[in-house]
Design a protein around this ligand. Structure first.
Ligand SMILES: Nc1ncnc2c1ncn2[C@@H]1O[C@H](COP(=O)(O)OP(=O)(O)O)[C@@H](O)[C@H]1O
Ligand SMILES: [Mg+2]
Length: 299
């Protein structure tokens, strides 16, 4: 369990994180989402012990991070926003170096390095120098470096930023594979990525955690109306009038044999159309709508 208890961080008189309170249970994937400059990286760097809180306390498995930094760092793997890799060593040598540094026993290191290179699809590059690696390959190598000591908590700061769609998808696939039995904290400003990978989301804006909940609960709380596509047996004037006369429903689009309708709940629509409905689909907008509701310009 990771706990932030009233954690604030100032840089000079700029408040980067304001009284953050969150509890992260073991084994789940948490997304930290928010616009640029919101405080996501600050939150993560506090958790990884790179920054010290101005006030408040961070607990990992009940241990105070300030008092037990070494023990806690051993169980955390961290992929920074801009990973800095040594250029000269070969990929395998680099991982071996960090593995030994993080306490992987010497007789297990080779096996561990090979496993990780395989996981990130770089087995055939083991003996290539880092300086020859492309951006996507560097990111994959940096991920394997973060995992070298088999940490039970893994923190990814914008893991797919600036990468091509194929590499991004590959990285999301590794993250999915890693989810089993681990706690993952994923900072991202791609709402789609958070929605795909995370169990819970913290939405942060200007240093304040605006919401922290499951995706379903966030959608229920912040998306006021759902969007349904309903297929109809007969499309006729009577049906359209019935819907138009109901203040709880709004037709967004009329197709030849379907309608797109906004409603608070499906039952409001079902009540009006009854047996006329052949099928329905819930097309309620994504987490992005929740995000815009919470941090959009109108706020
Ligand atoms: N080392 C630092 N010194 C001064 N200001 C900083 C430092 N790190 C971050 N900040 C400021 O704190 C705010 C939050 O930054 P950051 O956590 O990096 O945001 P995010 O990762 O959400 O884009 C920003 O206004 C940023 O300029
Ligand atoms: Mg950041």
């Amino acid at each position: 369990m990771i706990e932030f208890v009233d954690v604030s961080k100032f840089f000079g008189d700029h408040k980067a994180l304001d009284h953050a309170n969150i509890k992260i249970e073991d084994g789940i994937t948490i997304g930290i989402v928010g616009p640029n400059g919101a405080g996501k990286t600050t939150l993560i760097r506090l958790l990884c012990g790179i920054l010290k809180p101005t006030s408040g306390q961070i607990l990992v498995d009940g241990l105070d991070l300030q008092k037990h930094p070494t023990e806690i760092k051993k169980i955390i793997g961290y992929l920074p926003e801009e990973p800095n890799l040594y250029e000269r060593p070969k990929a395998g040598e680099l991982l071996e170096y960090f593995g030994l540094l993080y306490g992987v026993p010497r007789d297990q290191i080779e096996k561990r390095v090979d496993e990780l290179l395989k996981l990130v699809g770089l087995s055939d590059r083991k003996d290539w120098r880092v300086s020859s690696f492309s951006k996507g390959m560097r990111q994959r190598l940096a991920i394997s470096r973060a995992l070298i000591h088999d940490p039970k908590i893994i923190v990814f700061d914008e893991p797919t930023m600036g990468l091509d769609p194929l590499t991004s998808r590959r990285i999301r696939d590794f993250i999915k594979k890693l989810k089993k039995n681990r706690t993952i904290i994923l900072c991202t400003h791609y709402m789609y990525e958070a929605e795909q990978l995370c169990d819970k989301i913290a939405i942060i804006d200007k240093g304040t955690i605006k919401a922290f909940d499951t995706i379903e609960n966030l959608k229920n709380a912040y998306i006021k109306e759902k969007t349904f596509k309903v297929g109809l047996k007969n499309m006729n004037k009577g049906i359209l009038e019935k819907i138009s006369n109901d203040h709880k429903l709004k037709i967004l689009e009329k197709g030849e044999n379907y309608l797109l309708v906004k409603a608070k709940e499906y039952k409001d629509l079902k009540y009006i159309l009854q047996e006329e409905i052949i099928y329905f689909e819930d097309l309620t907008p994504s987490l992005e709508e929740v995000f815009i509701e919470l941090v959009g310009e109108k706020k």
